[in-house]
Design a protein around this ligand. Sequence first.
Ligand code: NDP
Length: 275
Amino acid sequence: MQLKISDKIKLNNSIDMPLFGLGVYLTEPGKEAQNAVRYALETGYRLIDTAAMYKNEEDVGTAIRQSKIPREEIFVTTKLWNDDHGYDKALKAFDKSLTKLNIDYIDLYLIHWPVSEKRNETWKAFEKILESGKCRAIGISNYTINHIEELMTNTETIPAVNQVEFSPFLYQKDLLEFCHSKNIQLEAYSPLSRGRKLDNPTLVAIAERYSKTPAQIMIRWVLQHKVIVIPKSANEKRIKENADIFDFNLSEEDMNNLDSLNYNFRVAWDPSKIV
Ligand code: NDP
């Protein structure tokens, strides 16, 4: 599979989204967040994933403007936090994020978590936001198959993206196939399992064979499943390391070996508990 850092995938509303980007969860607001985005953009990342809850939207916006890279070449995702569900609150939350980012539009706006009872009303606000043109695509995050089926009985607007935890240790094959069948693009968060599995012996052995690091193997595995990936680092060296994954190809056998590491290991909350 020939892949490049600049590769994009067409979402179900025909807009192009980069396959590879930077996550900024737990990246400190201020200089740390601004520098992380700067290092990433200098390295060739063109997708930045933030959220109202991360408290660094302002810094993401600052770094984007300072980069002098044309706005349309960068894809910005942010998310609506759980306290802001409901029609009016969601509209306000979107405007607040847009103001903090201080950019003309947001590329992708996601419902961060499928909060019970409120999520369908929130989705109606998302449809309105999409119509306004202030956002190019809308999507969901942490939605299980059940949550998506429920949403689809209430709306004609299919989410463009579902962002979920996804790694060799949490290979959500059923959800991936389901989203694919509905033309919803899956996006992987915590693709490195927050660094907790980098010493897994199978992973280490595969990494040694390709002369790559375990982190690079984990990220490449996600991409070869045609899933968008947004590893987080606030460290310049690791931001570069995580992007140095476009000069090799995991064999089918190694993809299978990595698939078999799955044991439903999660670093974030399990959304299947949310009814
Ligand atoms: P990741 O799996 O991306 O892991 C990040 C951790 O791994 C950090 O501690 C980082 O430390 C470390 N790390 C990064 N690169 C390397 C490397 N090459 N070698 C060793 N360690 C490394 O976890 P996240 O949970 O941050 O997920 C990525 C992004 O996904 C988030 O930043 C966020 O944008 C999004 N996300 C979305 C969620 C949602 O509910 N929608 C939930 C969680 C995340 P350091 O910074 O020091 O390099």
